[in-house]
Design a binder for this molecule. Structure first.
Ligand SMILES: [Zn+2]
Ligand SMILES: [Zn+2]
Length: 195
């Protein structure tokens, strides 16, 4: 059985909520779809656009290969912002990032805190450009699952489900791949091979 925390990993960016069809719960982030036993207190929304295709999606999932535990993957933190999701948006133009400004007089050099950046040397903070403020390096990291390539960020979520097992396809495929966990199942999209 999974709980609200696990379900919330697979809902969209606040736009879609889990839904119930024929007594089964569903959630999707549009790349991963899970089917599970509905949970008390679940915030249920309207069925997602693909709800009528759920049967077909599971029907098309790859089921030839070996069903084996999901590899553990932790998505690495973004190196640029060190996982904070925000970064300095630029060096202060007044002090060139020093945080201090200097004046020369005939006899002395005076130093004072830069007024523009209040001594920080940076002009402000904004979402990290590399990770779009997520704090995780989610781009271009793929995990080999049998003959399929799957984005590490998906596997990092799926491996947190209880007793998660995933089909390791025997051959290259572009079809979604089936996985199972205690109380439910799901499918995950695969990445196309590098050309
Ligand atoms: Zn970042
Ligand atoms: Zn400054």
């Amino acid at each position: 059985m999974i709980g609200l925390r696990e379900i919330s990993m697979f809902t969209g960016e606040g736009t879609e909520r889990p839904w119930i069809t024929d007594g089964r719960g569903y959630a999707t982030d549009r790349r991963v779809l899970i089917e599970f036993e509905p949970v008390d207190g679940m915030d249920v929304g309207e069925p997602a656009a693909l709800s009528s295709k759920v049967r077909e999606i599971f029907g098309n999932a790859v089921i030839t290969g070996e069903m084996a535990p999901v590899p553990f993957v932790a998505v690495p933190t973004c190196q640029k912002c060190r996982g904070r999701g925000i970064e300095p948006s630029g060096r202060c133009p007044e002090c060139y990032g020093d945080g201090m400004v200097e004046w020369d007089s005939a006899y002395h050099t005076y130093q004072a805190e830069c007024q523009t950046c209040e001594g920080s040397g940076i002009r402000g903070e904004g979402p990290c450009e590399k990770c779009a403020g997520k704090g995780m390096d989610t781009k271009s990291i793929r995990v080999k699952v049998g003959a399929a390539d799957i984005a590490a960020k998906h596997i990092a979520k799926i491996c947190q489900l209880p007793n998660a097992r995933i089909m390791h396809p025997a051959e290259y495929t572009t079809q979604p791949v089936l996985f199972t966990f205690d109380g439910g199942r799901g499918v995950v999209m695969v990445l196309r091979a590098h050309v």
